[in-house]
Ligand binder design. Structure first.
Ligand SMILES: [Zn+2]
Length: 105
C-alpha cells in the first residue's frame, strides 16, 4: 500500500479475529450464538484462502498512512508555507478591493 501522506510504500499490520459457525446451506442464521458469523457449507468445498483474503481486505484502512512516528512527511506539514511576498503580489482579491474603492466603476 502507498502512504497517502508521504506517498512512500507503507507496510501496515492488519489484525482481525473472526469466529465462524458452520451452517448447512438453507439453514437459518438466526439460531447462531452471538458474535458468530455464519459460514455456509454446501456441496462446494470451502475456499478458506479466499475467505481469509476477503476478511483482510475488509479490515484494511480506507486511507492507508504510515504511523506518525515513521512517516516521511510529519503531520501538520502537508502544505508548504506560502511565500508572503508572492502572495501579496499575485493576490487577485487586492485588485478587486481597488475596483470597489473607485467610485467611477
Ligand atoms: Zn507516510
Amino acid at each position: 500500500m502507498i502512504c497517502q501522506r508521504c506517498l512512500e510504500p507503507a507496510a501496515l499490520p492488519v489484525h482481525g479475529e473472526y469466529i465462524y459457525a458452520m451452517v448447512r446451506e438453507g439453514d437459518s442464521e438466526r439460531s447462531l450464538p452471538k458474535g458468530y458469523d455464519a459460514l455456509e457449507v454446501g456441496e462446494e468445498p470451502l475456499d478458506v484462502l479466499t475467505m481469509v483474503e476477503d476478511e483482510l481486505l475488509l479490515s484494511l484502512p480506507i486511507v492507508p498512512v504510515h504511523d506518525a512516528k515513521v512517516c516521511q512527511q510529519p503531520a501538520g506539514q502537508d502544505e508548504p508555507e506560502p511565500n508572503e511576498n508572492e502572495v501579496s503580489r499575485s493576490n487577485p482579491f487586492s485588485v478587486l478591493a481597488q475596483l470597489k474603492r473607485d467610485p467611477n466603476v
